[in-house]
Ligand binder design. Structure first.
Ligand code: AOF
Ligand code: ZN
Length: 373
């Protein structure tokens, strides 16, 4: 596996990232056509329903693709029911590509190895697994959703260094700095939905839209089992779709008022008077591949204790709030022994302005990305 492979695949990954937010629920894919060590075609999947990365790169390469190498961040697709574009494996064979270097297989059960098998049968040399971890991580939401059909759930919290998400008076604006707050808007464009509990709506009245950065507006979801959401809440403002996820406990007149304001109301099965989160995720999986859970503390506790969080993104501010009455990041009942805590794998730390962003993958219920192999 020569060094050259990695450099061209790095380029393909870079191209793939340009589709951030717009390809959902399709994956981010990049393609590079190389002939005699020179790039003769590049492409990426820019938007769901649009041409695939391979099609774009092969079109640019034209006749120069004959006998060339093709670098792909994901296995090329084959035909399946309901598919929007023509299969890339056919296009690759038609173009006369000699060798395909691919980072990962496509976990889509309709593809899953068939694309590579088809190429091999037709005599194309296939090299698999170059920069596989990077490529899987890039598409971690897709890798989860395409199999589970429930969204990849990311829990984002803004905390003080001592793990509080609000002061003793309940105030949370602002704990983290402007760079982190901007990073949150970027995060919002990367996931298909954002969820908060009605407690957060009552306390902070967030609009949950993307502002100040380029990208699509995610679906806004408010968990409100009893129908306490104020009708003047900013989350009901136009600019993005809003779903209020509730139970039979919401009075019909509240539902009617919410609908009048353009919100969708989902009455879901309840558990102890609260929305059954698994039922919510099943329903959300019909709409989108990923969900950013933004709190508050009880919501964080419910998702975590039920093993429903795939990834955490905690922004820590260099600030100590203190106070036994100040809200700690994760509510719920907690555990008795440290050994019963939820281990978080693959911890990564980066600086965002004066804050620290810690990301990682809580162990229970996590199907990706590393458990896929
Ligand atoms: C590729 N290259 O650029 C993408 C792929 O409905 P379609 O035709 O867009 O197909 C969607 C499926 O194709 C998607 O679920 C995934 O398996 C694959 N996406 N494959 O070879 C691409 N976007
Ligand atoms: Zn394709």
């Amino acid at each position: 596996m020569g060094e050259g492979h990695e450099a061209f695949l790095m380029r393909a990954l870079e191209l793939a990232r340009r589709g951030w937010g717009w390809t959902r629920p399709n994956p981010l894919v990049g393609a590079v056509v190389v002939r005699d060590g020179v790039v003769v075609g590049e492409g990426y999947h820019a938007v769901c329903g649009g041409p695939h990365a391979e099609a774009v790169a092969l079109l640019e390469a034209g006749e120069r693709a004959r006998g060339a190498d093709l670098y792909l961040t994901l296995e090329p697709c084959v035909d399946f029911p309901g598919k929007k574009t023509s299969p890339c494996t056919d296009a690759i064979l038609r173009a006369g590509i000699r060798r395909v270097i691919v980072a990962t297989r496509d976990p889509n059960p309709w593809v899953d190895g068939r694309g590579l098998a088809r190429l091999r049968e037709a005599g194309v040399e296939v090299v698999e697994g170059v920069l596989a971890d990077e490529a899987r991580k890039l598409n971690e939401a897709f890798f989860h959703w395409i199999r589970a059909r429930t969204p990849f759930v990311v829990l984002k919290l803004a905390l003080s260094l001592d793990g509080k998400i609000a002061t003793r008076t309940g105030r949370s604006r602002w704990i983290t700095g402007p760079e982190s707050r901007r990073a949150v808007h970027v995060l919002r464009t990367r996931y298909g939905g954002i969820l908060v509990g009605v407690g957060t709506v009552l306390a902070d009245d967030p609009s949950l839209t993307v502002r100040g950065v380029e990208g699509p507006q995610p679906l806004r979801v408010v968990l409100d089992s009893g129908g306490r959401i104020p009708l003047g809440a900013k989350v009901l403002s136009p600019g993005a779709r809003t779903v209020v996820a509730t139970t039979d406990r919401m009075p019909p007149q509240v539902e009617a008022e919410l609908r009048k304001r353009g919100a969708e109301v989902w009455r879901l099965p309840g558990e102890g008077g609260r929305v059954d989160l698994r039922a919510l995720l099943q329903r959300l999986g019909e709409e989108t591949d990923s969900l950013l859970v933004e709190g508050g503390s009880e919501i964080a506790g419910s998702f975590l204790s039920q093993g429903l969080v795939h990834k955490v993104a905690f922004f820590y501010a260099p600030l100590i709030l203190g106070g036994r009455a100040a809200v700690s990041a994760v509510g719920g009942d907690g555990v008795d022994e440290p050994a019963q805590g939820i281990p978080v794998r693959d911890l990564a730390i980066e600086r965002v302005g004066d804050d620290l962003l810690v990301t990682g993958y809580p162990a229970p219920g996590c199907a990706c990305p590393t458990e896929l192999d």
